[in-house]
Design a protein around this ligand. Structure first.
Ligand SMILES: Nc1ncnc2c1ncn2[C@@H]1O[C@H](COP(=O)(O)OP(=O)(O)OP(=O)(O)O)[C@@H](O)[C@H]1O
Length: 306
């Protein structure tokens, strides 16, 4: 069986008496972008800091490519890149000097460093700023450099903490594009509390609430976590709500104004068929019928029990 890129087993941590995270277990085998979701104080940073070897857990274990992070941190971290919320940039260095410094910190062999720096600058679209002081870069380019330092040693696993925080809308689009590109060859865990970011960027979701894992699945699984129970129906020759309510399987009808009705049901397929048939029989002239999906916000609220 394929070795997971990361395996987290029964991870628990307490700062003082209160547990910040409790018994979190998951593993990731394939490439792609995993969104780490959770409300404020849910335990995301604690989990990420442990996974990145910045914080020592109270209990449990983390393996990166089969290497135990607690027992063999230097080896495990060779496969790991990390961009904290505040990128660890040195404003008085140039882009190139800083990346050489990062490569040295990563214990890369000296002869590999110039090539690696060149490659990562091309990859992250910052080659033209190689000689520029970091303090003179815009926020978007500083974030590109933050991503470059996280992947300079070509790790299989990269953790990004709120990577688009503080960027303007154009920079956000560019950084998301870059993250998707680098995820083609590696696994990324991306922490965010912006649900539209998860929808735009991630393939999978892990959600933590009150220190426990409450969801693990694809973005589609998350989207469909609450089974829809309403349809929006548009009828050109508007009937009285009672007529719709009389259709078998319809549990309630709300008039939305114009030609639209919200219909609550117990079985989507059966009710849709019966509404279409009744509309034809009664000449209502159906112009639209669609199941109403729950928004990611409402699913997030249910999972975080708010
Ligand atoms: N250094 C610390 N000392 C004591 N308690 C802490 C410390 N850091 C975090 N906590 C507590 O641990 C719990 C989890 O916090 P954590 O920062 O991991 O959550 P989070 O999901 O990252 O939140 P946010 O989105 O607000 O950053 C919270 O109750 C928090 O108050």
């Amino acid at each position: 069986m394929e070795e997971p890129i990361i395996r987290v087993e029964n991870l628990s941590h307490r700062y003082s008496i209160q547990w910040a995270i409790r018994d979190i277990s998951f593993e990731i085998t394939g490439n792609g972008i995993y969104g780490l979701l959770g409300s404020n104080g849910a335990g995301k940073s604690t989990t990420m800091n442990i996974i990145c070897g910045v914080l020592k857990q109270t209990q449990g274990d983390v393996w990166i490519k089969g290497i135990n992070l607690r027992e063999n941190p230097v080896e495990a971290k060779k496969h790991l890149g990390f961009l904290p919320q505040k990128p660890p940039l040195h404003s008085d260095l140039t882009v190139e000097e800083y990346l050489i410094h990062c490569a040295n910190m990563r214990l890369m062999p000296g002869k590999e460093i110039p090539g690696a720096v060149r490659d990562v600058m091309v990859r992250c679209g910052i080659s033209h700023f190689a000689k520029r002081l970091i303090r003179n870069l815009s926020g978007g380019y500083q974030q590109r450099l933050g991503i470059a330092q996280a992947i300079i040693h070509n790790p299989d696993f990269v953790v990004l903490d709120e990577p688009t925080n503080g960027l303007d809308p154009n920079q956000i689009v560019e950084i998301r594009h870059l993250i998707k590109e680098i995820a083609e060859e590696r696994t990324i865990i991306l922490s965010t509390h912006i649900l539209s970011e998860v929808q735009a960027t991630c393939d999978y979701i892990r959600m933590i609430e009150e220190g426990q894992l409450v969801f693990a699945g694809t973005v589609d699984d998350f989207d469909n976590y609450i089974v829809p129970d309403t349809l929006v129906v548009s009828l050109i020759n508007t009937p009285a709500a009672e007529e719709l309510k009389a259709i078998e399987g319809v549990l309630g009808v709300e008039e939305l104004g114009g030609k639209n009705y919200r219909v609550r049901f117990d079985d989507a397929t059966g009710v849709t068929e019966r509404i279409v048939e009744t509309s034809v029989a009664k000449g209502w002239r159906l112009s639209g019928i669609q199941v109403e999906k729950n928004s990611m916000d409402s699913i997030f609220a249910v999972l975080s029990k708010k």
